[in-house]
Write a protein that binds this ligand. Structure first.
Ligand code: ZN
Length: 169
């Protein structure tokens, strides 16, 4: 495979890796894992990202303290839906505290762009999103919704990525 100098320039700026990451992200978007609903979920939560119009509904089935099954439905941009697919794949089988640790690790990834000690699987490929604050809200939506479903957030209201719930002017 011949290398062109133009391609070297692009690889140096990271776009070659970005292309590879985009393939995985689009694969999750087009062929989402764990999409659907559960007949008898132990807990559920809804999340919205009004800035982009992303919506996530999450059904969780717990067996004791472990996440036995997880299904999501909703609509929105490719980042929000791919991140939801990645999240369900990553936390299914974890116990509650490990799942919440994964949520915290993902939020840290979105803040710093650097993966930490907690492995996040394919979701680590979303690290580039950290450079785009508006898209961070898209990527974080499913994770925040999981936190809500597991009771990590003391609220019965739908999760919203709009942290200012009051309206300005
Ligand atoms: Zn979005």
């Amino acid at each position: 495979m011949p290398e062109s100098q133009a391609r070297d320039d692009r690889a140096a700026s990271g776009s070659l890796l970005d292309d590879l990451y985009r393939e995985v992200i689009l694969d999750h978007y087009r062929s989402p894992r764990n999409r659907g609903s559960l007949d008898a979920p132990t807990c559920s939560a809804d999340g919205v990202n009004p800035l982009c119009g992303d919506q996530i509904h999450l059904d969780v089935a717990l067996a004791g303290d472990a996440i036995e099954a997880l299904r999501f439905s909703g609509q929105g941009c490719s980042i929000s839906q791919a991140s939801a697919s990645m999240m369900t794949e990553q936390v299914t089988g974890l116990d509650r505290s490990a799942a919440l640790a994964a949520v915290a690790a993902f939020q840290r990834l979105m803040l710093t762009g650097e993966p930490g000690d907690v492995g996040l699987g394919d979701a680590e490929l979303l690290s580039g999103v950290a450079k785009f604050p508006a898209r961070v809200k898209c990527a974080s939506l499913a994770w925040k919704t999981l936190e809500q479903a597991l009771g990590g957030v003391p609220s019965r209201a739908a999760v919203t990525t709009d942290e200012r719930s009051s309206r300005d002017g």
